[in-house]
Design a binder for this molecule. Structure first.
Ligand code: FES
Ligand SMILES: [Fe+2]
Length: 442
């Protein structure tokens, strides 16, 4: 192919770096995105990280200290003492609250002063001064915090996948030195799965993940899903992957090979991509284990925890050469720059999911900024929020010349069922999927 002359060797004209998309990427106090994220419960640590000493953490650009007092109550306080700024990471955990090491000011877990040991008993400081504090909620080994306006604190949402029977949930926490959005939007970039995870340096997860998929995207009451449909031998496999705004994601089985029938099989991970600050992110959530998710016994629950998980490419913990020869999600995302610059991208048809995610996120951020709106996932009368991530694998005869049409139709029908069954129980949703597949087969 003859290349047009003017576009060859254009390095010199392409050196400038426009500004990043601050509306979606900047997360500190008083930023549009940061204030939106603060309206939701965010995981901030695994419970077992909170030992007998206080834990210094940084979330949404704020330096904090997390501790458990001797009565078992969790406290999440601004890190610098309200007296003269010493860090409470050096504080003394008390029966109730924490005492600063420097002059002994003693705070309760809600930030109120319990004692000022060297001040007069009637010191007005006792009533006037408080240490910044945020409410916490502990669930299944993960500590969540609400860092928004106190009067708008929402109910803690219980997602349906947190309640699956016969399933082990192991918390994990993985940090990555780049902006939160590039970690988050990776989950609506299903094309990368066949390239990065199956072709660029060999198969990293299941062989079936390298099969070319038909992709569609739909909005859900919680955010959006991508719908990936693949032909794997006699089966059609349709995976729907959840984006739950503002920063939560669910993913199907890591090692899915689509070898046998599965109906509405739920998730291998529920996780939040939480900004540490503008250029660092921590992904905290649960990795789920059960026999259906892992028929070949490839899961390794013992590998799941702090900066470690049982599938490759999620941490910096390999040699540079190995990371160059077998790059994973970590390498791809970190190397997009500390904050990816959207104005330099050449987005293509394969980026429809990323484009949709950014569009919805921007709309949410603007609605929050303009009208203080932050729609919350609502626990139903049954006590949970229905979600939309699943895998369905079913034997469907080839469509011959109309195979693409067949796959498209199948993916559409499966996603219809996923969306339309959200008022039903898990067993009923599975039954609805079984009915749909049986009908489709005819
Ligand atoms: S700086 Fe904390 S008590 Fe003085
Ligand atoms: Fe990936």
């Amino acid at each position: 192919m003859t290349k047009p002359e003017p576009i060859r060797f254009q390095g010199y004209s392409k050196r400038d770096q426009p500004a990043e998309d601050a509306e979606l990427t900047h997360v500190g106090p008083h930023t549009a995105c940061g204030e939106y994220l603060r309206r939701y419960w965010q995981p901030v640590a695994m419970a077992h990280e909170v030992g007998e000493l206080p834990l210094a953490i940084r979330i949404l650009g704020e330096n904090l200290v997390l501790f458990r007092d001797l009565s078992g109550n969790l406290g999440l306080l601004h890190r610098h003492c309200a007296h003269r700024g010493a860090s409470l990471e050096y504080g003394i955990v008390m029966d109730c609250g924490i005492k600063c090491c420097y002059h002994g000011w003693h705070y309760d877990v809600d930030g109120t002063i319990i004692d000022l040991p060297s001040e007069p008993a009637n010191s007005p400081i006792r009533k006037k001064v408080v240490q910044g504090a945020y409410p916490t909620h502990e669930y299944a080994g993960v500590v969540f915090a609400y860092m928004g306006p106190p009067e708008l604190q929402p109910e803690f949402p219980i997602y349906d996948t947190m309640l699956l029977p016969d399933t082990e949930a192991k918390p994990f926490s993985l940090s990555i030195p780049c902006n939160w959005l590039q970690v988050y939007e990776n989950t609506q970039d299903p094309i990368h799965v066949i390239h990065l995870h199956a072709r660029s340096s060999g198969v990293q997860f299941g062989e079936a993940s390298g099969v070319e998929q038909l992709i569609d995207y739909r909005n859900t009451p919680l955010g959006m899903i991508n719908i990936q449909t693949r032909r794997c031998g006699e089966h059609l496999w349709t995976r729907t992957t959840d984006t739950i705004f503002p920063n939560c994601n669910q993913t199907g089985a890591i090692w899915e090979e689509a070898e046998s029938q599965k109906l509405f099989q739920r998730v291998s991970m529920l996780r939040w991509m939480v900004p540490i600050d503008d250029t660092h992110t921590v992904t905290i959530g649960w990795r789920y284990f059960n026999d259906k998710l892992d028929p070949r016994g490839q899961d390794q629950p013992d590998m799941v925890g702090k900066e470690t998980i049982d599938f490759m490419g999620q941490t910096e913990g390999r040699t540079y050469e190995d990371r160059q020869r077998h790059p994973g999600d970590y390498e791809a995302q970190v190397s997009q720059r500390p904050i990816a610059i959207h104005a330099l991208e050449n987005r293509a048809t394969s980026d429809r999911g990323v484009a949709r995610l950014r569009k919805l996120l921007r709309e949410n951020i603007r609605a929050h900024e303009k009208d203080n709106l932050a729609p919350q996932p609502q626990n139903s009368s049954a006590g949970y929020v229905s979600t939309y991530c699943q895998d369905t694998v079913y034997p469907v005869a080839s469509g011959g010349d109309d195979e693409t049409e067949l796959m498209k139709n199948y993916g559409q029908r499966v996603s219809d069922s996923v969306l339309e069954s959200d008022a039903l129980s898990h067993a009923e949703r599975e039954a609805a999927m079984a009915k749909l597949c049986a009908e489709f087969d005819q």
